[in-house]
Write a protein that binds this ligand. Structure first.
Ligand code: FES
Length: 135
């Protein structure tokens, strides 16, 4: 997990933005360390990106939408990530799971969009299990 706070300017951080919609007029600028995941960066900066399974590739609540140039520059998603993305609300062609994308210098100046909603089937499954247990 991350350090729990954004890097200081002397750490030579990568600077980019999170937005909540395509026409969000108040982007949240963040400083990030290379190697941190986008989920860790969001949490360091009090951005609402859930991450229900604590980065263990078992939910899709860390779904983010990337710029095409950034998406294309990344290693492709592994099969487990693809399967989880298929279940994500508001999936796009440049969607990834925020806990699987690590910050690099190439991300300087990018904009990361958060989907308008997330589907937490990880928790939902637990709920279903408890309902079934109560029968
Ligand atoms: S936090 Fe659950 S898959 Fe990313």
């Amino acid at each position: 997990m991350g350090l729990g706070h954004p890097p200081k300017p002397e750490e030579n951080p990568v600077r980019f933005k999170f937005v909540y919609s395509k026409d969000d007029k108040t982007p949240k600028e963040v400083l990030a360390r290379e190697g941190e995941t986008l989920l860790e960066v969001a949490h360091n900066n009090e951005i609402e990106l859930e991450g229900a399974c604590a980065q263990s590739l078992a939910c899709s609540t860390c779904h983010v939408v990337l710029e095409e140039r950034i998406y294309d520059s990344l290693e492709p998603a592994v099969e487990e990530e693809e399967d989880l993305l298929d279940l994500a609300y508001g999936l796009t062609l440049t969607s990834r799971l925020g806990c699987q994308v690590k910050v690099s210098k190439a991300m300087e100046g990018m904009t990361v969009r958060l989907p308008s909603a997330t589907r937490n089937f990880y928790v939902d499954k637990t709920k279903i299990a408890s309902i079934e247990r109560g029968k």
